[in-house]
Design a protein around this ligand. Structure first.
Ligand code: ACO
Length: 422
């Protein structure tokens, strides 16, 4: 045996040696020596939830690779659709494959008019776009019940294409519904991200000119968000998918997890935080409040990165390119000062707190004209290939249903009293 761990049950003196395999040990070996003794790890700080070949992440070194390719190489040299192909199928497409893949996606992008009328129009005018998106994805389950055959790889492929294709259409419709402008169906002559921008912002009687700098920047942001191994929303997708729920309900549950401000909702929370701070001069007081525990510095910290998030570095560079077109976002100076103060402060240094992907992305989205309620929706479009690749991988690997154990801390057995005696 190579490297291993030896565990001894001090109650019986029994011992077991478990091999270390790729940084982990097989919990079944632990279970064979210690049945009924659970690891108490509710937020999975020391538990591997999956054996996955999709994304490699080394948080201490700040490394991120999709299918072996460093994120720094993919960013700027590959389009989002190429990266989606890489994540879902394992390889970057050649020219012929890319054309076929882009055509398949484009042909599945439209959404039935009834979906707009019957589902989207039922929401309140001020409904948050993430709530509309999550509900809209779940409602797709009723439009495509054929997606339920999750054990059939051909069926899974069809649903993967549908979901990647329809997410921008649904997202743009969620926005147009909120501002009361007519829905726009996709234009098959436009590329994936240019088409999304056009569906978002085109006006009825005026042709919409997609700015290539903004389109490339948004496409790059989609690439940066495309997967991030066992994050909270992907774990939600894997847990729900392990019950063999259909892909629409599985992705809806992932998007629901993403909406939280501790996860993808942080991009919206960062901009709201910067607006609340209000002025450059208030930054020091705000940081003092963070250190006193009054609030979190949104867009900082990460469960896995204990070094600069490599995505945040790329987002920061992208911001400058975007601002050359849109003009400098007035919140940028405050964000830069927050970062500078935090990175020099013992509180943040000792806790390894660095900017994460959400710290600068919201400023870019805002400068492009997206309302804050759409920021996490943009994250969801980017993350969809990742969720689906994990769902597919889970089903290929024929995993068992996810079902953790618990440490019970409730009452011992007691007798139900009569209503008069309660
Ligand atoms: N601001 C201030 N203090 C923080 C922050 C922060 N953003 N993040 C963590 N800390 C502190 C914690 O309070 C804790 O301090 P303590 O040791 O004195 O108790 C210490 O740093 C360690 O943090 P944990 O709580 O162990 O971090 P955890 O891994 O549980 O949470 C999380 C990670 C949720 C991302 C957290 O850092 C956070 O809330 N950040 C702000 C929200 C955010 O930006 N989320 C986006 C993450 S990236 C993504 O999901 C796409």
């Amino acid at each position: 045996m190579g490297e291993s761990i030896t565990i001894t049950d001090n109650r019986t003196g029994e011992t077991i040696e478990i091999p270390i395999d790729r940084g982990g040990i097989d919990a079944r070996a632990w279970g064979s020596l210690l049945p009924g003794i659970w690891f108490d790890d509710p937020s999975f700080t020391a538990t591997s939830g999956a054996d996955s070949a999709i994304t490699y992440l080394d948080g201490a070194k700040g490394l991120l690779r999709y299918r072996g390719y460093p994120i720094e190489q993919l960013a700027g040299s590959t389009s989002f659709l190429e990266v989606a192909h890489l994540i879902v199928f394992g390889e970057l497409p050649n020219r012929v494959q890319l054309t076929a893949w882009s055509d398949e996606i484009a042909s599945e992008a439209p959404i039935h008019e009834n979906f707009h009328k019957r589902i989207l129009e039922g929401f309140r005018d001020d409904a948050h776009a993430m709530g509309v998106l999550v509900s809209g994805i779940a409602a797709m389950s009723t439009f495509w019940p054929d997606g339920k055959d999750v054990e059939d790889p051909v069926c899974r492929r069809t649903q993967i294409i549908r979901l990647i294709a329809k997410m921008p259409t649904l997202a743009a419709s969620a926005y147009r519904r909120s501002v009361g402008t007519p829905y726009v169906q996709p234009d098959p002559d436009l590329d994936y991200t240019g088409n999304f921008l056009s569906m978002m912002f085109c006006q009825r009687d005026r042709p919409y000119e997609v700015d290539p700098v903004l389109r490339d920047a948004l496409d790059l942001l989609f690439v940066l968000h495309a997967d991030h191994e066992q994050n909270c929303s992907t774990t939600a997708a894997r847990v729900v998918g392990s019950a063999h729920a259909d892909p629409y309900l599985t992705v809806a549950s992932a998007a629901a997890a993403l909406s939280g401000p501790r996860h993808g909702g942080a991009n919206e929370a960062v901009v709201r935080m910067l607006e609340n701070i209000g002025s450059y001069d208030n930054v020091d007081d705000f940081i003092a409040g963070v250190k006193a525990g009054d609030q979190k510095l949104m867009g900082f910290g990460h469960r896995v990165y204990k070094n600069y998030d490599p995505r945040a570095r790329i987002v920061k560079d992208t911001a400058h390119r975007v601002f050359e077109v849109t003009g400098r976002n007035p919140l940028l100076d405050m964000a830069l000062k927050l970062e500078e103060v935090a990175l020099a402060d013992e509180y943040f240094i000792s806790r390894n707190l660095y900017p994460n992907v959400d710290f600068y992305s919201g400023l870019i989205y805002q400068s492009m004209g997206f309302p804050v309620e759409m920021f996490t929706v943009l994250f969801a479009i980017g993350r969809t290939p990742g969720w689906l690749a994990h769902w597919d991988e889970l089903l290929v690997n024929e995993s068992r249903i996810a079902r953790p154990r618990q440490t019970y801390s409730g009452r011992p057995e007691r007798t139900v009293p009569h209503t008069d005696q309660r």
